[in-house]
Design a protein around this ligand. Structure first.
Ligand code: FEO
Length: 181
């Protein structure tokens, strides 16, 4: 059984993960109509990843005797100045999510809820990867500045990265289906 404090904090995190998927969906849509199909693919795959994070928190809370309630979401940003602006916002958002996971972990320790602390370990590791990937993409975009050929190459690389991300997501889904079978 989780305490009311932890239940409330996880419900807040569920909202943040759902909001993350909406933010990335909005970015993906902007990229798709502004000549960055690879970035759009990568962001659409990221939307699925955030949905997966949200779902993990929902299942965990309900399994621990809480009730995962969904909240109303703020409207995401709809327009961006450039591809650099998009990924600058991706990195800032991931840093914000890392901080919120760390705060949740701190609450779980304070509440002596070691099961939740243990559950959060996966997210702590995941956030290191999320931030590092966003930082690497942002560095590449900065390196080519606003030069068209360079941006085209980065976009192509993002398409390859999106395919790898999708393949990894499918492998995780297949493994979890086998576990349930
Ligand atoms: Fe759910 Fe990208 O953090």
């Amino acid at each position: 059984m989780v305490t009311k404090i932890i239940e409330k904090a996880i419900i807040e995190q569920i909202k943040r993960e759902e909001h993350s998927s909406r933010i990335y969906l909005s970015m993906a849509s902007w990229c798709q109509v502004n000549g960055f199909p690879g970035a759009a693919e990568w962001l659409y795959a990221q939307v699925e990843e955030e949905r997966g994070h949200q779902s993990k928190f929902i299942h965990y809370l309900n399994d621990r005797g809480g009730h995962a309630l969904l909240a109303e979401l703020e409207k995401p940003v709809l327009k961006f100045k450039s591809l650099l602006d998009v990924f600058d916002q991706v990195l800032k958002h991931e840093e914000y999510i890392s901080q919120s996971i760390n705060d949740l972990y701190a609450s779980s320790v304070q509440q002596k809820d070691f099961s939740t602390g243990n559950f959060l370990q996966w997210f702590i590791t995941e956030q290191i990867e999320e931030e590092s990937t966003a930082r690497a993409i942002l560095d590449k975009i900065r390196m080519v500045s606003n030069e068209k050929v360079g941006l085209y190459q980065v976009d192509k690389e993002l398409s390859t990265m999106a395919a790898a991300k999708r393949a990894a997501q499918l492998a995780v889904a297949a493994a979890s289906a086998n576990k349930g079978a």
